[in-house]
Ligand binder design. Structure first.
Ligand code: DP6
Length: 364
């Protein structure tokens, strides 16, 4: 494993007892939208191919972590979601904390309280693991830094936060960075790694720095196959080797388009990736579908509109039926007009979440 040494925090035995003080830390972290998709993994939460995403702004999670020193052994956690105790999430977070305690050995010396809220309605059916796990990982790093001053270097802080976020949910590794991030080793980006994401801000043409992503809510029903199960089905998917190779090739093309400001090329790659992701679902054993009739109708309408009006608006999909409309700031009025006139009938309760590329997480 590469340069992991600096990710480990000081062992409790090395830290004087008076360093263990009560405190609290507080972060907001956004979701992200993958253009090159992460789909398929190997232990422990390592990607089968590099993925690249734009960091969003409005779809975000706000998390506060409070901690008090204790004498008893073991992990102790209270968890609140939207102000209410949430036993299912608590179990998941507890399991996660156990899994990362090698990197944060001081955690068991504290009674922990996590309070978290999402900016988007739970009923919107949009994935929240990227924003939730990145917000939590950032809180854990801030806690470490407040106690021991061991993450005062900003780039080390981000690296550890991304590393810890990845262990919670792969896509969360990318939410640590504003604008755009790459997770997974890619020959064109020497600092890239399978262990954490890296920022692509400096490789991004300004047109992408305020790019829009309107998230069109088609259904909020629970998915018949979770992302977790979907990743697992890639292990037996006969097309998996070809998929991983194609993702790598496309990544190189996307990096060129992102630095050149080539919106048309960017859009073409985004759409290829979205349909390929869903193609992989359809060729899994057993096969499954996450698109809804409305998903397909929106895609058809969008393609016709783009050809007719010559407006640069493109789609991508996550592991679900909702459609992300991607477009540059300069065409917002046209796209919103089209959305209201032609796409509204396909949306659940007329819901869409207007989002755009942003600066990334913020300490509150
Ligand atoms: C389709 O990051 O949710 O959104 O690592 O199991 O938590 P886990 O999976 P997750 O998978 C995201 C899949 C995707 C593509 C992407 O965001 O790259």
């Amino acid at each position: 494993m590469e340069d992991l040494k600096d990710i480990f925090s000081p062992a409790p035995a090395e830290v004087p007892a008076d360093k263990y003080e009560a405190g609290s830390v507080h972060w907001q972290s956004p979701s992200n939208i993958a253009i090159i998709k992460y789909w398929g993994k190997r232990p422990v939460q390592l990607p089968q191919n590099p993925s690249l995403s734009l960091t969003l702004t409005n779809a975000r999670t706000e998390t506060r972590l409070s901690y008090e020193p204790k004498d008893s052994d073991g992990m102790e956690l209270e968890f609140f979601f939207d102000g209410e105790p949430a036993p299912r999430f608590r179990e998941r977070v507890l399991h996660y904390l156990e899994s990362v305690k090698t990197y944060l050995p001081f955690l068991e010396r504290f009674r922990l309280t996590v309070q978290t809220v999402n900016s988007f309605p739970h009923s919107a059916g949009i994935a929240s693991s990227a924003s939730a796990m990145s917000a939590l990982a950032l809180c854990l790093c801030s806690m470490e830094d407040k106690l021991f001053g061991s993450l005062s270097d900003d780039s080390l802080f981000d690296k550890k936060a991304s590393f810890l976020a990845r262990l919670g949910s792969g896509s969360a590794a990318r939410s640590i960075f504003g604008y755009a991030a790459l997770w997974g080793q890619a020959s064109r980006v020497p600092e890239s790694s399978d262990l954490f994401a890296v920022s692509l801000e400096d490789r991004l043409h300004p047109v992408f720095k305020n790019f829009h992503d309107d998230i069109l809510i088609v259904s909020a029903d629970e998915k018949p196959v979770s992302s977790r199960a979907g990743h697992q089905l890639m292990d037996t998917n006969p097309y998996a080797p070809a998929r991983y190779a194609r993702a790598k090739q496309r990544l190189d093309k996307l990096l060129d388009a992102l630095s050149a400001g080539d919106v048309a090329r960017f859009g073409q790659i985004a759409e290829q990736e979205a349909l390929e992701l869903h193609g992989l679902m359809m060729t899994s054993e057993p096969p499954y579908l996450l698109m809804q009739p409305e998903t397909v109708a929106i895609i058809e309408r969008l393609r016709r509109y783009r050809e007719r009006e010559d407006i640069p608006v493109f789609f991508t999909l996550d592991a679900g039926p909702n459609v992300h409309l991607l477009y540059p700031e300069e065409v917002i009025a046209d796209v919103r007009g089209f959305l209201q006139e032609e796409l509204a009938p396909y949306l659940l309760n007329n819901t869409f979440i207007p989002d755009f590329v942003g600066e990334g997480p913020e300490e509150v």
